[in-house]
Design a protein around this ligand. Sequence first.
Ligand code: ATP
Length: 269
Amino acid sequence: MLELDGVDLIYNRGRVDEVVALRGLSLTVHTGQFATVIGSNGAGKSSVVRTISGAARPTSGRVRIGGRDVTGWPDYRRAGAVARVFDDPRAGSAPELSIEDNLALAMSRGRRRTLRFALSAKRRARMRERLALLGLGLENRLADRVGLLSAGQRQSLTMVMAGLSAPEVLLLDEHLAALDPATAAKVLALTEELVRDMGCTTLMITHNMEHALAMGERLLVLSRGTVIADLDAATKDATSPAGLVDLISGSGDAVSDRLLLGHQTEVNL
Ligand SMILES: Nc1ncnc2c1ncn2[C@@H]1O[C@H](COP(=O)(O)OP(=O)(O)OP(=O)(O)O)[C@@H](O)[C@H]1O
């Protein structure tokens, strides 16, 4: 279970350029629940992700993972509990290392295990099995350097790597944003499968209203650093992109171009 309790995050506190990115944000995401998060530019989506991953420390409030208070834990200490997939497909893997070595590192992430342990025959079989799920043939290219892969292949690999580290919380931080629409659709389908397979608590940040509505069983709408709407599966199913636009603009936030563009791109496909 992931819990944020009265979290404030203030950047540049006490300076003229002070920004309140999160204000009194409280949120409970139950174990295994898959929630999507949407909001306009500057709503606080990245700040939520950074607060959970440990990249940013809240100014006040608590963060708990699996009942443990991790508020004061830096990101490296949370590595075994939290996996984050970034928008940049290059960010999650080492280009000079082989697919196999990248996966081995992912398996040992946050644990006291050596690379040799990670490369046992059993582990290699598990890698192959996971890669085969992608349907990209990567299971037969274990020795290839990751730098040779396309953006979509690399982001898919990053997703598999995130799963291998067996995190309690998976943060998908606009992980489709840099992919072309066709590749994004493939990685999206894969996301659904991997998240189900991993069974971990998942937050997927997106600018794409269709994706926010279609994925997961809960939708959180952020505005000005707080949750302004928390839709359960049934309400989400009954909500249209136009309804989401109304929710966001009703909160006083401008509906950013990226939200609208994402919507139109999907509609035109
Ligand atoms: N490192 C930082 N220093 C100062 N202000 C910041 C910093 N990071 C974010 N902010 C500000 O905090 C607020 C929330 O930003 P955040 O990046 O969390 O929003 P977001 O919803 O992810 O936006 P976007 O969709 O545009 O990426 C914004 O006003 C932003 O300008």
